[in-house]
Ligand binder design. Structure first.
Ligand SMILES: [Zn+2]
Length: 72
């Protein structure tokens, strides 16, 4: 569980750092943006956006940890 949290935080940090950078850098390669968005979307499908816990069943509608509604 601790390793999961570290992994989650790293992905979040990377995502927000990158989008913040992109907002000020017009020269950024669009492929790079798409690749990052895809990576984040893939991650988002497997984790609760609210608490960051791993979702055991992709078909479930509510997070089993915090009760947040999951949108797929
Ligand atoms: Zn949750």
């Amino acid at each position: 569980m601790a390793e999961d949290m570290i992994e989650n935080n790293e992905i979040y940090a990377e995502y927000f750092r990158s989008t913040k950078t992109l907002a000020f850098d017009q020269r950024t390669n669009l492929d790079e943006v798409e690749s990052l968005m895809k990576k984040f979307n893939d991650w988002e499908l497997r984790h609760c956006k609210n608490c960051g816990n791993k979702i055991s069943d992709r078909k479930q509608l509510i997070c089993e940890y915090c009760g947040e509604e999951l949108k797929h």
